[in-house]
Structures are given as structure tokens and as C-alpha cells.
Design a protein around this ligand. Structure first.
Ligand code: GFB
Length: 318
């Protein structure tokens, strides 16, 4: 397996999202400058003809497929058709066009939430498709599983070097801080911040606080993605996580501490808990020489600093 040449033409699909922007930062930090991006005005990745035309004209050597319709537990339940349709289309269009246009290698991103709801913990890669999915994100999971299988079968039939990663729950700068549709970390960080600013006595946390989640800083994920692009070339997906988890109660305590909110917590149990636990087995990742670097508390502190710097733009965009 060769290192990507310094002048390789690299397409980061989804370059402005949480994951794509972190991959762009990591590529630049590692000296890659021949980076191409799409953006919805240039190429709508859900439209096959647009994707074909884009690949025929750009002919990238490498593709990081980080474009996806994503959201937290409530967004998944509110927009199930959009989650299944957009994610299936993006995966099928980009993987097919990359293969047809002689792309050297493609990296696709799954998600730990596409393992079965009651998978053994920590979750090994072999748990994929062994039992029923978590209902709150089944549409997303079905689409993402199709993407993983596209990579596997394009490798099998055509010898296309497509790999897939299974990241755990991600957070970091560039996240979506919308209160209804985001993931738990940005939602609780914003709630704690707003409660502190307003001098509110309490803030609301969804669910019981009992579910366990594993969180990976997106800069660690980007670092792992570059590492795997250069050191991994197998049909099976590979987990990318930290190998530790926390309860939502423990998470909110750290967030409140980082933000400086000292009020009460109100658990709204009319909101869903989702899957009880999701923690990845990262033995295979460790065996190929990659380990995470960013501790949860440190990552939350830098994410909060980013949030404070960008709060005006975030509000303006709403
Ligand atoms: O991050 P999250 O929305 O998604 O929620 P999942 C994680 C846990 O945090 C759930 C609780 O148990 C929520 O009930 N929670 C507490 C909150 N307060 C809040 C809040 O204010 N906002 C949110 N969003 N949650 C997602 C999947 O599942 O995992 C997606 O639905 C995606 O498809 C993602 O793949 C990685 O971890 O439950």
C-alpha cells in the first residue's frame, strides 16, 4: 500500500461538514494541497448525472466520502425518508463514479449506530447485520449499510480499492448546534451555555441519562482516516473509536463543568433514549498502528471555545 503522493488529486465530498472539514484540515496539515471540493451549487451528490459529470471532468485520484445527511436522534425520527434516500443516493452515485473514473482509492464512512441495537459490547466489526437495528435510526442505518456493501462488492467484482470506516459518535468544531436536530454534545453544550447566560435555574436533558455513548473528537477521526487511507485495504469495515464510553449523565456533568453552568438538570423522559449502549471494539484499529489522542474533557473544552468564537455566525445562519 502506497502513501498518497504529495500532489495527489484528492476529492473530499462533504468538505464543509463536521467530518469533511476536519479531513480537509488534516490533509492540509500533512502537506496535501491538490484538494478538490464540490459543494451543493457545483455538484448535488444525490443526482447521478451531476456526479458523473463532476467525476469525468475532475478525475480525482483519491476520494474521502464524508458527505451525508446526518443528525441526532430526533432528526433521524423526523426525516426518515430524507435520511434513507439521500444517503443511499450519495453512496451509490459517488462510489460508482469513482470506480468508473479510475479513482485509485475511496474511503467511505459508516457509523456505530448501524450495528444491531443490542450488539455485544464493545462492538466488534463482526456484529454487523447479525440482528435487529435500533428503530430510531433504522433508515439511516439501512442506507449506510448499503454504502458499506457497495465498497465491499465493488472491491470483490471490480477490484476497486474502496475501504469503509465505522466511526463512533463524533463531536468537535464545525458541529451542528441546533437544539432539536443536532447530536447530544452540541445540543447540551448550547443548552448549558444559554442557561448560564440567562441565569436559568435548570436545563433540560433528553431521556433518562442512563444510555452509554462513546465519543470521538473529529480531529482524531480525520487523523485515523488519513492513516487508514494509507495503511488499510480490506473488504471488511474497521471500527474507529476510543474504546471507552460514558453515560449521558456523566457526559452532561463534564459539559456543565466545561461551560460553567451550575444549575439543576431536568431529565425529560418523554424524549427517547435510543440504543442503551454503543461502544466500539477498536482492537483491529490498534493492531494497524492507530490510537486516539484527544481526551473527552479536553475535546469538549476546545469545542466550547470554538462554539464561543462562532456563536454569532451560528445564530445568523439559523
Ligand atoms: O447524539 P444523539 O442524538 O444520538 O443522542 P444517538 C444520544 C443520547 O443523548 C440519547 C440523549 O440517549 C439522547 O436521548 N440526549 C440527552 C440528547 N439530551 C439530548 C439533547 O438535548 N439532544 C440530543 N440529540 N440527545 C444517533 C443516530 O443516535 O447517533 C444517528 O440517531 C447518528 O443516526 C449518531 O448515527 C451517531 O447516539 O442516540
Amino acid at each position: 500500500m502506497a502513501k498518497m503522493a504529495a500532489d495527489a488529486k484528492i476529492f473530499v465530498a462533504g468538505h464543509s461538514g463536521l467530518v469533511g472539514s476536519a479531513i480537509m484540515r488534516a490533509l492540509r496539515a500533512n502537506g496535501y494541497s491538490n484538494l478538490i471540493v464540490g459543494g451543493r451549487s457545483k455538484v448535488d451528490l444525490t443526482r447521478q448525472s451531476e456526479v458523473e459529470a463532476f467525476f469525468e471532468s475532475e478525475k480525482p485520484d483519491y476520494v474521502f466520502l464524508a458527505a451525508a445527511k446526518v443528525g441526532g436522534i430526533h432528526a433521524n425520527q423526523t426525516f426518515p425518508a430524507e435520511f434513507i434516500y439521500q444517503n443511499m443516493m450519495i453512496a451509490a452515485n459517488v462510489i460508482e463514479a469513482a470506480w468508473r473514473n479510475d479513482c485509485e482509492k475511496l474511503l467511505y464512512l459508516g457509523s456505530s449506530c448501524i450495528y444491531p441495537r443490542l450488539a455485544p459490547q464493545p462492538i466488534p466489526e463482526s456484529a454487523l447485520l447479525t440482528s435487529t437495528l435500533e428503530p430510531t435510526n433504522e433508515p439511516y442505518a439501512i442506507a449506510k449499510i448499503a454504502g458499506l456493501k457497495l465498497c465491499e462488492y465493488y472491491r470483490k467484482q471490480y477490484g476497486f480499492d474502496a475501504i469503509s470506516l465505522m466511526p463512533t459518535n463524533l463531536y468537535g468544531p464545525g458541529d451542528n448546534f441546533d437544539l432539536e436536530h443536532s447530536h447530544v454534545i452540541p445540543a447540551l453544550m448550547r443548552k448549558a451555555h444559554e442557561a448560564k447566560m440567562m441565569g436559568a435555574p435548570a436545563m433540560v436533558v433528553w431521556g433518562t441519562g442512563a444510555p452509554r455513548r462513546e465519543f470521538l473528537h473529529v480531529d482524531d477521526l480525520a487523523d485515523a482516516a488519513l492513516h487508514l487511507m494509507e495503511h488499510y485495504s480490506e473488504a471488511t469495515t474497521i471500527n474507529v473509536g476510543v474504546g471507552k464510553d460514558v453515560t449521558i449523565k456523566e457526559l452532561v456533568a463534564i459539559i456543565c463543568d466545561v461551560v460553567g453552568f451550575e444549575g439543576e438538570l431536568e431529565f425529560d423522559t418523554s424524549r427517547p433514549d435510543g440504543t442503551p449502549q454503543k461502544m466500539l471494539d477498536i482492537a483491529r484499529l490498534r493492531s494497524i498502528g492507530w490510537t486516539p489522542n484527544i481526551e473527552l474533557r479536553d475535546g469538549l473544552a476546545t469545542t466550547y471555545a470554538w462554539f464561543l468564537e462562532n456563536i454569532d455566525q451560528l445564530r445568523a445562519a439559523e
